[in-house]
Design a protein around this ligand. Structure first.
Ligand SMILES: *[C@@H]1O[C@H](CO)[C@@H](O)[C@H](O)[C@H]1NC(C)=O
Ligand SMILES: *[C@@H]1O[C@H](CO)[C@@H](O)[C@H](O)[C@H]1NC(C)=O
Ligand SMILES: *[C@@H]1O[C@H](CO)[C@@H](O)[C@H](O)[C@H]1NC(C)=O
Length: 365
């Protein structure tokens, strides 16, 4: 039992050995209605772990396992809340300096500060990064090797020079990124491992908007966001007539993605040679969906839709199904009546004909 457990752990580990990351995003803004002056968000492996803003001034855990970190490490929680308040003052100061430098007296402006680190849980290597953006553009970035700021644009040179002269601040930054950040990342990963390292397979469906649209192979509900999706013909991956979508987050922490296949020059007899393949990192078995007209979910020909504006096929199908059910019901009733005497109660089973599209997905919801 113990050995089996160990092997399972080992299997999981080697399959999902990853570089873990911690990222903190600070956004300072001016004159954005109903938006706090400072918002801070922390992510581990791209999953949000905390929220802080200058209105509430509270550090709020965003995952169940982060609640346990907060409970087990109250001192850390207090210190970090105080530090966020300090950052609020510091970044506001930087923000005002930049506004002044750009001769801006008012209006909507955004200052972004991103800081974080990576940790390879196999080799133990750590790496840090720190970047500053102003009004949506890169402003300064920090070079981990030389522990200095780099300016990608001329307007940032004054700031770069002044920040590079602040040796004590640089020393603090260096210590934070090489020591503190990886140490905390390791603690987060320890608490969150079972959640962060889980794999969840998606449901995969084939969707088509109109009879001449490409067929979209749509996977939703997978985790983590390391996945591939592609079309195959006779077992060979296709690169032409396909359009790969981005991996997008769902509201519940899972992800979705799609790949579209343009079938306009494919004759119907050849459809069965195509299949859609979904692969999730760390999972051996792919999800393979054969291209089959019968399984494609469509937007046209549904009752109450109205968008096709043509023949009300859905309504007709509905009536036919009701009539069929009625006939099956009546026939079933008579069969039941006939058999009742010999075999007891045996209702006609009509539930199988009552299939609907309740499983249909809403892409990019
Ligand atoms: C700001 O205004 C000063 C004086 O009017 C000018 O010299 C400087 O180039 C301006 N800076 C920018 C970024 O527009
Ligand atoms: C998360 O949301 C997606 C899309 O709505 C859904 O397919 C999936 O089943 C959900 N997963 C969980 C665990 O609720
Ligand atoms: C599909 O391919 C045909 C030609 O093979 C092209 O005319 C058509 O615009 C394509 N459709 C889409 C949606 O890309």
């Amino acid at each position: 039992m113990k050995i089996l457990f160990f092997l399972v752990l080992l299997g999981l580990h080697s399959a999902a050995a990853v570089i873990h990351s911690m990222k903190n995003f600070f956004t300072v803004s001016s004159e954005v209605p109903n938006f706090p002056e400072l918002v801070a968000v922390g992510m581990v492996d791209d999953v949000q772990i905390y929220h802080y803003d200058s209105n509430t001034m509270r550090l709020v855990p965003k995952q169940d396992w982060m609640n346990r970190v907060a409970e087990d490490e109250p001192q850390f929680w207090k210190t970090y809340t105080a530090r966020l308040f300090g950052y609020q003052q510091l970044f506001k100061g930087y923000f005002e300096t930049l506004k002044h430098r750009f001769n801006q007296t008012g209006g909507v402006h955004i200052f972004q500060w991103m800081v974080g680190c990576e940790w390879d849980d196999e080799t133990g290597d750590v790496n840090g990064f720190r970047q500053v953006g102003y009004d949506g553009e890169d402003f300064l970035s920090w070079d981990v090797k030389t522990n200095t700021w780099i300016a990608p644009k001329q307007q940032a040179v004054i700031t770069k020079n002044s920040w590079n002269n602040d040796k004590s601040q640089l020393a603090y930054y260096k210590n934070y990124l090489t020591q503190e950040c990886p140490d905390w990342l390791k603690i987060y990963v320890k608490y969150g491992r079972s959640s962060l390292m889980r794999t969840e397979l998606p449901s995969v469906s084939l969707l088509q908007k109109t009879p001449s649209s490409p067929v979209s192979c749509f996977a939703t509900g997978f985790y983590p966001d390391r996945a591939d999706i592609f079309w195959r013909k006779d077992g060979e991956e296709l690169h032409e007539n396909v359009e790969l979508g981005e991996i997008l987050p769902n509201h519940n922490g899972s992800f979705q993605m799609n790949v579209d296949l343009n079938l306009s020059s494919v004759i119907p007899e050849d459809w069965r040679r195509y299949e859609c393949v979904f692969h999730l990192s760390g999972v051996k078995d792919d999800i393979i969906t054969k291209l089959d007209k019968a399984v494609i979910q469509t937007n046209w020909g549904k009752t109450g839709d109205g968008s096709d504006g043509g023949f009300p096929l859905g309504a007709v199908i509905g009536v036919v199904v009701v009539l069929l059910l009625l006939v099956v019901g009546i026939v079933g009733f008579f069969i039941w009546k006939k058999k009742k005497g010999k075999e007891g109660f045996k209702p006609a089973n009509i539930s199988d004909t009552d299939s609907d599209n309740s499983g249909s997905q809403n892409p990019k919801a």
